[in-house]
Design a protein around this ligand. Structure first.
Ligand SMILES: C[S@@+](CC[C@H](N)C(=O)[O-])C[C@H]1O[C@@H](n2cnc3c(N)ncnc32)[C@H](O)[C@@H]1O
Length: 274
């Protein structure tokens, strides 16, 4: 396998432009080596030697383009990642939503984990709500990503032993079965989550979310795409709903209608209209 000495500045520009157009993900000269590494791996898997031939393939073949986009995404995640978000979910967001929806016949809370990676975030939410939601309230979760590989892991619900760090022992016992090499989510908790492919550049096919989690995803986009994506969220959220983004992310300066909410645990955003 030749190395990518021939990944010229023009190649970089071509790949960068295509990735941005198709996923919103921004590569800069500062993280060019990340792209090169992931591209090299994809070429190796495809037994393809030429960066420019491969560029032609992904420009013409949607299936290979999707596989390439999957390969260049960063999927870092963990269970109970950033605990203050989950404390705010339990102690602030859920009571607010239950109050706002108290006259509704259907006692159900709808949540979207957008950019869910391998599923640790939606499983964390599912375990927490199963424990904390008062009767007769129920919930369902849509978990989406552009990485099909990640979605398959989420759907399967199997996590190696070193990945389950962060799950309290009592939850692990209740919601997972122990296997030789790891832990598998039990069917009743899996059934609360629907994993589905969705590119956040597109309008949401789903509606009426009370809570959206989109954490550590906006960071890969520029301001134009961040604005587009958050405005899509606005359109598919109920009139009294909340948005969590990553603790290193902010909507400050973006042209969106969300209001900042400061709780004692974390800041988040709300859509609160009548
Ligand atoms: C770092 S992970 C964040 C996972 C989880 N939300 C968390 O905070 O732990 C970012 C995820 O965003 C997904 N992603 C990036 N661009 C996307 C897009 N345009 N549409 C949907 N998902 C995207 C990636 O595939 C990746 O799985």
């Amino acid at each position: 396998m030749a190395d990518l000495d021939f990944f010229s500045d023009t190649d970089f520009e071509n790949y960068k432009r295509l990735i941005y157009k198709e996923s919103g993900i921004v590569f800069t000269p500062g993280n060019r080596s990340v792209l090169e590494g992931r591209l090299r791996e994809r070429l190796r898997q495809n037994k393809e030697q030429s960066v420019s031939n491969y560029f032609k393939q992904i420009s013409q073949n949607k299936q290979e383009l999707d596989a390439f986009l999957d390969a260049i995404t960063t999927n870092l995640t963990s269970f109970f990642r950033n605990i203050p978000h989950f404390t705010a979910l339990e102690k602030f967001v859920i009571p607010e939503i239950i109050n706002a929806k108290r006259d509704k016949v259907e006692k159900k809370i709808r949540i979207w984990s957008a950019g869910c990676s391998t599923g640790e975030e939606p499983y964390t939410i599912a375990m927490l709500l199963s424990e904390k939601l008062p009767m007769p309230w129920t919930f369902d979760i849509v978990a989406s990503d552009i990485s099909l590989k990640c979605l398959m892991t989420g759907k399967e619900g199997f996590y190696a032993a070193d990945r389950i760090v962060g799950i309290p022992d009592a939850y692990l016992e209740k919601y997972f079965d122990k296997h030789e090499k790891g832990f598998k989510a039990k069917d009743f908790i899996k059934s609360k989550i629907r994993f589905d492919y969705h590119n956040l550049l597109n309008i949401s096919p789903w509606l009426n979310f009370d809570i959206v989690f989109c954490r550590n995803v906006l960071i890969y986009f520029d301001e134009a795409v961040q604005t587009q994506v958050t405005n899509h969220f606005w359109d598919c959220m109920t009139n009294k709903s909340f948005l969590f983004i990553g603790h290193a992310e902010s909507l400050f300066g973006l042209n969106t209608k969300f209001d900042l909410v400061k709780t004692q645990w974390t800041t988040l955003y709300k859509k609160w209209v009548s």
